[in-house]
Design a binder for this molecule. Sequence first.
Ligand SMILES: [Zn+2]
Length: 296
Amino acid sequence: MAEQSRFGTAGVPPTFRLLKAKLPDIPLLLREEELDAFEYQAVRWGTKPQIKQQEAEKLGVEAKKYDIRLSMHGSYFINLAGTPNVIAASKERLIAGAIAADWMAAYVIVFHTGFYGKFEKSYAFNVCLKALKEVSQTVKDLGLKVKLGPETMGRKFQIGSIDEIITICQEVENTQLVVDWGHLHARDLGVFKKIDDVRAVAEKIESTLGSETLQSMHCHFSKIEFSSQGERKHHILNEPHYGPEFELLAKVLIDFKMHPTIICETPLLDVDALKMKQMLWHILGKNDVNLQNLSL
Ligand SMILES: [Zn+2]
């Protein structure tokens, strides 16, 4: 059977918290909802892993048992284009995340690369690229299996246009393409209006990084509110005032035979992750996903 798209949540769904679920319980709870991915949120971490190795390994064992693909979102406190001190600390934070990601056998650590700051865009980008090559070498030297996943970003002052992320994936070893579709939509002020707008991004990726990278990309998805500077706020799928519509992406996923891991970043997490799965399966003509399984 051809590989299928996977759907999961950015962190622990609020309903699981009500159940007082512990971290190793999450994979089973997601599996019971017919979801199959989970992005552990290490977003407030400093320069050391803030999870015990044993607990991370336990999560990894349970995820494997229930076939939940694990990823990690690295620290928000990363700027690989800042002052030398900031870059050094950012590299440490990214590596701390990578070490813990390896403990849980997460396949990718997703992260935000940094800000242009007072620099010219191309200069800032090159500073960031150099730092990332060094991080990649350290990850290799430490023998870690996790891939580095630079994410497309939603604000105009952040490094992370689709072209920049493609260049990083071409230049830095051991990377995993991460496309946050809501971010791209916000950064370019509502660019995804029709299928061809989404298809253009897929074609660009295919022509630069190849079909395999396109088909196995890691995605974030949510509806998004933006101002002239880009991203403001994530919204649920059922919100008619904001885009992009998941159906546009779903049709492109099918056209390009893609099987990404899609992490839902709307406030509803598992509910909307399942809605996306349902929309994709509906277009594919499969039986509808059973929404009753949600632990509401
Ligand atoms: Zn992110």
